[in-house]
Ligand binder design. Structure first.
Ligand code: SF4
Length: 701
């Protein structure tokens, strides 16, 4: 008899439910889970091709040390020994973990606990730093905690949906399908897309604002002024639930309309139409994604958006609110357990002494980290400078995905000890590993993930673990045991980790922490097996309340009020005569991250088969490159060679190139080798959307 298992898609932050069926002959098929409240049976092209990506081709099936097969004992002893030796000689901050939004919450929890509670350093950061950390920083500034106020349903209930820096159609396809279906049913519903490119998402837009790169702070500060001037703000909400209005208004008011036009590059008619729509529509949702976050002013952009929703009181009510879209399947789960170098666990703050004390007592930990650790870009710089003596990379491929990717490769080459846990044996990153640890892949591992709307769902195993591959949480717990922390890491199953994580979320909760899933503390393994998707919070002893926040205030700053943040646009045009184009990196519809899984599916690769760069026809003509000709893109950091795709969807002077391809495909295919490590000052998120580059027809050297 075929066996069906309910699980969750491992790709984007929509977090779709999947039913995986294993036939009697072992063949696997997938379909959307009709009962999952995030997708109601829908899947996108990537999700529906999952069964094509789970073969064992390229898998690492046993631990390796220096390229030779090793036993788990030998490999784990070596990892624990190297970390312990570095800590003893150079101190806790000489070691680091670089983890991933691909990890399950249970993996993340154990990694964070080991590093922050038992090593005593906060040097654990994640590739989610590259995807949504500006939203985290913006939420914390405005709300006092990292909370997404709304739900997916709000997009369907809104009369105006603003998509800022989001190619929803390709990057969150099932949410796009839900939005498009709602718009088809309700012709009065409007969609505004704010994006320098005319993407597929813009095809359903009533208004596409082809904004200048990084014009968003000016756009939303101008909107804030317009709302105040037109008496379109909610004075009662502002007075009762916010502070900082005067300063925010003063800062926004310094921008004249002419300056907003100049900084955004938009026609006055379009700008006025957007401002009118926002001012006159009560039910507004503003979704924002990498186009907002991946910027040197990403946090200010987020707060400029939040200011407009807070000033109108359009937050936390049906069809209203700002909505940060997470890129990865478990970017949100990582945030919940403190998987960022500047967070603690359960939404507690590393800089708060009471929070540190609370976590230390709960974990019975010897030495909770006292200060934030190194964020991703700084972490790899520290590796390159020799300050990190032992590094453990889990479930990510930074030699392809980090900015200044060649420098990351050089740093790993020079690092005294690098351990990599992965499913594949040969990636651009594993070649620098002294120890390779075989991890479980999708369909083999068990745990939970949290999607963009705070919904926690189970990923369940329906395939046997291949070879000697083991779960990441198990690898971490075994290393912890070898470092002398056996009692604190005595987990026998992911359910044990989840139960502890739920208990910590409720531990001495004084009402400040909205991430409270105490109802699941002490969850039995059998109950964990059948756990249905649910949204946080779920405190013990209380029926789940409406899953929206802040409709009637209740923010997490000490005075219970939200902060309106004074923001001013910074100059971000980085082009000059030598580097006259602005490069914007992103994703395509049918590939995921560095293609280690989606690259296995011929069907997915047939969508776009090669690395490419989109150029405006006149720019292509000026540099003498024809369609499908090779174009070389160069910055002071490095260069990449890709196919030219000539299209009027691209604005003049700008280039779009996807971040997926790696050097396994072709030499110089990694676009992140071109991207410099410029970051947002608050979040540390790299600015991957606004890179000054030169472009020329490629001539072999
Ligand atoms: Fe998976 Fe995202 Fe597609 Fe849903 S929308 S099937 S979560 S990739």
């Amino acid at each position: 008899m075929p066996v069906e298992t309910k699980t969750t898609c491992p790709y984007c932050g929509v977090g779709c439910g999947v039913v995986a069926t294993v036939a009697e002959d072992g063949g696997v098929s997938v379909r959307g889970d009709p009962d999952h409240p995030s997708n109601y049976g829908r899947l996108c092209s990537k999700g529906s091709a999952l069964a094509e990506t789970i073969d064992l081709d390229g898998r690492i099936l046993h631990p390796e040390i220096g390229g030779r097969q090793a036993s788990w004992d030998e490999a784990l002893d070596l990892v624990a020994g190297k970390f312990a030796a570095a800590i003893k000689e150079y101190g806790p901050d000489s070691v680091a973990f670089y983890v991933s939004g691909q990890l399950l919450t249970e993996d993340y929890y154990v990694a964070n606990k080991l590093m922050k509670g038992f090593v005593g350093s906060a040097n654990i950061d994640t590739n989610s730093r590259l995807c949504m950390s500006s939203s985290v920083a913006g939420h914390r500034r405005a709300f006092g905690a990292d909370t997404v106020p709304g739900t997916y349903e709000d997009l369907e209930l809104a009369d105006l949906v603003v998509l800022a820096g989001s190619n929803l159609a390709w990057c969150h396809p099932v949410l796009y399908q839900r939005l498009a279906a709602a718009k088809a049913k309700r012709p009065g519903m409007k969609v505004v897309v704010i994006d320098p490119r005319r993407t597929m998402t813009a095809d359903i837009a009533d208004l596409h604002l082809a904004i200048r790169p990084d014009g968003d702070v000016a756009l939303f500060a101008g909107l804030f002024s317009h709302l105040v001037a037109g008496d379109a703000v909610d004075q009662n909400y502002i007075a009762a639930h916010t502070s900082g209005f005067a300063d925010a208004f003063l800062a926004a008011g310094r921008l004249s309309f002419a300056e907003v036009l100049e900084r955004t590059g938009l026609p006055a008619m379009q700008l006025r139409e957007f401002y009118r729509l926002f001012a006159e529509t009560e039910k507004v949702v503003t979704c924002y994604s990498q186009g907002v976050n991946q910027s040197s002013s990403g946090t200010d952009k987020v707060n400029a958006i939040l200011n407009c929703h807070l000033a109108t009181g359009r937050i936390g009510r049906p069809g209203m609110g700002p909505f940060s879209l997470t890129g990865q399947p478990n970017a949100m789960g990582g945030r919940e357990v403190g998987g960022l170098a500047n967070m603690l666990a359960a939404h507690m703050a590393l800089e708060n002494a009471d929070d540190r004390d609370r976590v230390q007592r709960f974990w019975r930990a010897p030495a909770v980290a006292q200060k934030p650790g190194l964020k991703a870009v700084d972490l790899f710089k520290a590796v390159g400078e020799g300050r990190i003596k032992a590094l453990w990379i889990m479930a990510t491929n930074p030699v392809v995905s980090m900015p200044d990717a060649d420098a990351v490769a050089e740093a790993l080459e020079a690092c005294p000890f690098v351990a990599v846990s992965d499913v594949l044996g040969k990636t651009d990153t594993t070649r620098y590993a002294h120890v390779l640890l075989p991890s479980l892949g999708w369909g083999e591992k068990d745990g939970t993930v949290t999607n963009s709307e705070r919904r926690i769902s189970r990923q369940r195993a329906f395939l046997a673990a291949p070879g000697q591959a083991r779960a990441d949480w198990w690898q971490l717990a075994e290393v912890a045991r070898r470092m002398g922390f056996a009692d604190a890491f005595a987990y026998a199953a992911p359910a044990d980790v989840f139960s502890e994580h739920a208990a910590l979320s409720a531990f001495e909760n004084d009402g400040r922490r909205d991430f409270d899933i105490g109802a699941h503390a002490g969850l039995a393994r059998a109950a964990y097996e059948v756990l249905d998707p649910f949204q946080w919070p779920q405190p013990a002893g209380r029926e789940p309340a409406e899953s929206r926040f802040f409709g009637t205030g209740g923010f997490y700053h000490a005075d219970g009020k939200a902060r309106l943040v004074a923001v001013a646009p910074a100059e971000t045009d980085r082009t000059d005569a030598a580097y006259p184009f602005t490069l914007n990196t992103g994703r395509i519809r049918d590939q995921w991250h560095t293609m280690t899984r989606t690259g296995k599916s011929a069907r997915l690769s047939s969508h776009i088969a090669e690395p490419f760069a989109e150029l405006h026809p006149r720019d292509a003509m000026e540099i003498g490159v024809g369609n499908a000709g090779l174009v070389e893109i160069e910055s002071p950091q490095g260069r990449a060679v890709v196919r030219a795709l000539i299209t009027e969807r691209q604005a003049r002077g700008s280039i779009f190139a996807p971040m997926h391809w790696n050097d396994q495909f072709a030499a110089r295919a990694r676009i992140d080798a071109v991207v410099p490590a410029i970051t947002d000052p608050f979040s540390g998120q790299p600015a991957s959307k606004n890179v000054a580059v030169a472009a020329r027809r490629f001539a072999a050297r």
